[in-house]
Design a protein. Sequence first.
Length: 847
Amino acid sequence: MAALLLGSCLASPALGAEYLVSNDTELRNAINTANADGDATATIKLTAGFSTTGSILPTPTKPITIDTQGFAIGNLQFTNTGGQTLTIEGSIAGATAERGIVISNTGPSSLVNNGSITGGPDGSSTTSAGANLNGTTFVNNGTVTGGSNSGAGSGGFAIQAQRGTNVTNNGLIQGGSSATGNGALGVFVGGPAGALSTLTNNGTIRGGDGVNGGVFTGEGVQLRANGTLINNSTGTIEGGSNAYAISVQMADATIVNSGTISAGSGMTDAIVMSNATSNFTLELQAGSTINGNVIGNATLDDTLRIGGAGTDTFDIASIGVAAQYRNFDIFEKTGTGTWLLDGVGTATTDWTVSDGTLLIGDDATDSVTGDITNLATLGGSGTIFGNVTNSGAIVAGSGATGALTISGDYTGNNGVLDIQSVLGGDTSATSQLVVTGNTAGTTTVRVTNAGGAGAQTVEGIKIIDVGGTSAGTFSLQGDYVYNGDQAVVGGAYAYRLYQNGIATPADGDWYLRSVLIATSTAPLYQAGVPIYEVYPQMLQQLNAIGTLQQRVGDRYWETGSDPVAANGPDGVWMRTEGMYGRVDPASSTSGATYDYDLWKAEGGVDGELYQSGKGLLIGGLTAHFGTITGDVSSIYGDGKIETMGQGVGATLTWYGADGFYADAQGQFTLYDTTLKSDLTNADLKGGNSGFGSTLSIEAGRRFASAGSWSITPQAQLIYSSIDFDDFHDAFGAPVSLDRGDSLNGRAGIAFDRDESWQKADGKTVHAKLYGSANLYYEFLQGTAVDVAGLRFKTENDRLSAGVTLGGSYSWNDERTSVYGEATARSSLENVGSSYALSGTAGIRVKW
């Protein structure tokens, strides 16, 4: 304060680029000094209150803050803020016939008010404003209040914004008072023509006291320049006593409201378009509340728009010559949100749906009168008294109930119709499109199953009801294509779209039917059904267990009367098996046949557990790995099953000295399966886990014949059980195993010839050739799966026969052996229709 004590005309700088001022001269010097220093910003603090002389202040060249520190300063005038931000902290108050602050910019600039700005008393239209702004950006976080005007003109504005000024209000804007003219406005947005301005309100804007002023006195906002007023969800705009909240004069204007706009007390009109030569657009967004009438231009086309990203409801009955919204001619739905038109509309409102979703009523009593052009999404459960052109999507009804009714004509312009149905029988719950007039054009129909388990239809599920000429083309967009037609899945069934009823073959309506062909009542099962039905069959094939001969190559370690090998029975073995099979079941619900390729590798270790003169007991542990790939064929669709399995097992074998043997095998297997459909060209289910267990009992007795020949009658009983995890397929249908057990018996006879000799090194060599013939019989009832509550069963031919040829070769005193066999097996009930060809090869090493 040394400068003040000395009476100096210079401002006193403080630390951090701060300047202390107490009069007009010091303020000017402070701005000039701050412009010249090297700091990025500056703060000017008042030590006393004063008003400027009214002449233009220096132009800031950096962001400057004026902090009044409890004092007041008034009549601040800048012609240009130099493109910088001027921030007010504290109080700006105009003295008598003075404005609070004036900014007249020719370039971009910014004014931020964090305090209060007040116009002076007894001014005119130009001298009583709180803030007079030209070509600037103003952000109000505090309070702006208009002064009072007791003279001629329209004064008492809180903010007079012109020449492209953009205002954002986060605080309070309060109009002053005006004895004459059209004053006491909260915000006046003025010209010139073509200068676009935006007023964004997040706080409160109120009109003032018009006293004896004109008809437009005391408005919250008056728009006289082309531009946009945005009243956000936290914003409130209120008219003063007997005043409009907003008036639009001499301007093309857009008002966007998601907050509250209210007419003043004693006034019934909230928003008024008073210029007969300008257009007016009002956009309502979610949360919009307007208390009072909205009066559009009676001679030009004004637009009522509902938009934004939120969800809300609009009472369509509020549009009309004597209703709340008047003189609007264009009606639009924009924005990504959803709006419901509720109530009964009596005025003609032709709507264009450009974006988001427009719902016509939430029940059958709601209605709209007028044509609708749909470019986005149109839906609801009400009635449209007019014509509809659909280039977007129509969502009929609500969920799987209700109908959208068009009391007029419908034209599909490559649009979409969305239907929800509880897919089942003829009486299934469904949404509908009802057209009382004619249909034309093309429309894609998308059907969503709302939890239906599927059922066979007769008449079908009606989804489109046409009262007039049914010339429109409706094409189903389904889950896959069946015989050239799109099909949508419901549980175990597939549905296609048909025009005309069964009982009413010329009604022109459209139905979903789950029939195999149009003229038949045979069901159409979905593409996954035959694959699911064959799935447990495929697991059973991989779960099968072989014979003792296949496992270790011989039923006896030696051909002599003593079954104990000279080198001991302990050993390891490994074998591989390949098989190709084709199965045409005796019965199949889905008429499925399949063929498969199987590969398996198995290995084990055997050890002596007991030996006596009566025989030898050998135990073993095994491990196995296998794959099977099956191709399924059915009238309902072909597919593929790919399974990988791995597991462990145990064996116990008795070799009797009298030629009798008994063998027990048990194994456990974990499976991983992928199910595919050729029709969908995609996985129906991937990575489905399964489990299998198998137990086999085999017995036989070897009888010596002439020379080195022998004959061995034998029998085997195999119990196999499989299971897999329940799952939902790609269509959402639940699939589970109903039955997965098998009990298969084998009875046969084997003929073999053994030869042994010694090589020059004294080591024994052994060779064996054999053949066998077997009958196989399945004792149980096949396998079955459950698809959405419907049972699908496969039962193969019970009786089959097979022949086997094989051999083994041992050397090094029979310490090492290789062995193999080939088998052909066929059904005896339908010879050649179901068969399997297999081969196995292995090696055994003893010590």
